[in-house]
Design a binder for this molecule. Structure first.
Ligand code: FAD
Length: 481
């Protein structure tokens, strides 16, 4: 026991392994008090949505368990982070506060002010990089500007020194002379009042142990064929690490080195290619944070300003059909139902449903981003903003607006046997595979044979894709005029 203490303020770094703030606190030689402050008000307008809250509740419990194994525990507070941390410091005599950085604009501002206040109170305040491979300000173009295009950004990242090896998890954390008063995790009220989370419980094991298991499973199996399978929602071809990375139950350095170690040891060209393709996706995560940091207005406004005047439609019924997975386009609906049930959706399908909302229905990308924010367990301001602006064609590195995804062609290409559709739309599962992509083409006897009544069991298409595409292109032309 030591009379000095360091508060380690945990946020989106809910792990004990490879945690630079925790390691620095240990190196300081004082006792360590891990703290979580639920400050939803300070995170507005992007305080965690319902699915994220569910995940956070499970993750805090998992973290507390990890800490208790190390003779420590999680102190929980609610409200203003500055007030809570200074109060805990007052109660315990702590003389330092350490944390890992976040990059969302309101959080950056809050943290700056908090640092000043903590220092003004005579405490040491230090922040660390625990969330990214490269800090957003470290990677600059030749003209000393932030990047707006991914490929040169990632090339530049790869030309830098390899990220440091992950820090080992401490075996024990020195306890303070007295623990501060704390709330219980359950007092935060993060779980839904009406229990809709069964699908989430079934699918996920939040926390550091679940994260490591998922990483090992992926690296040991699916990584091998990642480059071939990652676009296939019917296969278990991607890592499903996004919520673990978002909440920092796993660090990108841990992922990087696990993948690189395997790639360095193998003779298989396919595995090496897959490893590169996979790290490139981690690169997109880095790029998304780079953009959010340098263009902090982008969650609320398009990066490409000409899109500010885009003539979006207000169509509550169409929006609701999209949200509920009842557009009549099976791949879109399967994705939206996967999202609703599990809090996650395959990346290819995210692109298809986003394109459908923005281009076929002409509904503002921000409405879609808000729905994702509430329903995704991996809702992440940087990645979500990039994903929506990229698909809408109004962001960095954007696919051109006039390249409109055809939801039926995408379905044939990436779900060739319509197994993904059958899994999420059981009402279509008795149709022959080919017709599951476009059930409106089924004859009366085929529908009857499948026990399906179009228009009641499953909707007819809310819009005709060909016409919708032309309408989207006209709308684009109008913004140019
Ligand atoms: C409209 C739209 C919205 C999105 N919203 C989010 C979001 O809120 N949170 C989120 O984490 N991802 C988001 N993505 C990116 C991507 O769809 C998910 O990261 C991916 O599907 C997660 O599955 P995975 O872990 O199996 O990915 P893998 O293919 O295994 O990739 C590994 C990791 O790389 C990162 N990554 C992969 N693709 C991207 C990408 N395009 N952009 C940024 N990072 C990426 C993720 O951290 C992911 O876990 C969005 C994409 C789109 C098109």
């Amino acid at each position: 026991m030591s009379s000095r203490a360091t508060l380690v303020w945990l946020r989106q770094d809910l792990r004990v392994g490879d945690n630079p703030a925790l390691r620095a606190a240990l190196d300081r030689g004082a006792s360590v008090i891990p703290v979580y402050v639920w400050s939803a008000e300070e995170e507005q307008p992007w305080s965690p949505g319902a699915a994220s809250r569910w995940w956070l509740d499970r993750s805090l419990h998992a973290l507390d368990e990890q800490l208790r194994r190390r003779e420590s525990r999680l102190t929980i507070a609610v409200g203003s982070a500055e007030h809570a941390l200074l109060e805990i410091a007052r109660q315990t005599g702590a003389d330092a506060v350490f944390w890992n950085r976040r990059y969302e604009p309101t959080i950056v501002e809050r943290d700056k002010q908090l640092k000043t206040a903590v220092q003004a109170a005579g405490l040491e305040a230090r922040s660390f990089n625990g969330a990214l491979l490269f800090e957003p300000w470290e990677v600059r173009t030749g003209d000393d500007k932030p990047y707006r295009v991914f490929t040169p950004f990632w090339r530049r990242c790869l030309s830098r020194a390899e990220p440091d090896k992950p820090l080992p998890a401490p075996r024990e954390l020195p306890a303070p002379e007295r623990w501060p008063s704390t709330l219980e995790i359950d007092d935060l009220g993060l779980l839904p009042r009406i229990d809709w989370a069964e699908g989430l419980r079934h699918q996920w094991s939040p926390g550091e142990v679940g994260a490591r298991r998922q990483l090992e499973r992926f690296v040991g199996r699916a990584l091998r064929s990642y480059d071939d399978d990652r676009n296939r929602p019917d296969l278990d071809g991607s890592s499903r690490l996004s919520p673990f990375l978002h909440f920092g139950e796993l660090s990108p350095r841990q992922v990087w080195h696990a993948v690189r170690n395997l790639a360095n040891r193998t003779r298989s060209r396919r595995l090496r290619q897959s490893a590169e393709a996979y790290l490139r996706q981690i690169g997109w995560r880095e790029f998304a944070h780079h953009l959010l940091y340098h263009f902090p207005h982008t969650p609320e406004a398009p990066l490409r300003e000409e899109f500010s005047a885009f003539p979006w439609r207000r169509d509550q019924r169409a929006l609701r059909a999209w949200q509920r997975g009842r557009t009549g386009y099976p791949l879109v609906d399967a994705g939206m139902r996967e999202l609703w049930t599990t809090g996650w959706m395959h990346n290819r399908v995210r692109m298809v449903v986003a394109s459908f909302l923005v281009k076929d229905l002409l509904i503002d990308w921000q409405r879609g981003a808000a729905w994702f924010w509430d329903t995704l367990v991996d809702a992440d301001l940087a990645n979500n903003t990039l994903g929506w602006q990229w698909t809408a064609g109004c962001g960095a590195d954007a696919a051109l607006f006039f390249s409109v995804f055809n939801p039926v062609a995408q379905s044939h290409k990436f779900d060739p046997d319509a197994k993904y559709i059958a899994r999420w739309l059981p009402e279509l599962s008795r149709l022959p595979a080919k017709l599951r992509h476009e059930p409106w083409k089924a004859t009366a006897s085929q529908l009857c044979g499948a026990g399906l009544s179009l228009g009641s069991d499953y909707p007819r298409p809310v819009t005709d894709h060909g016409e919708a595409r032309r309408r989207a292109l006209d709308a684009l032309e109008s913004t140019k005029r």
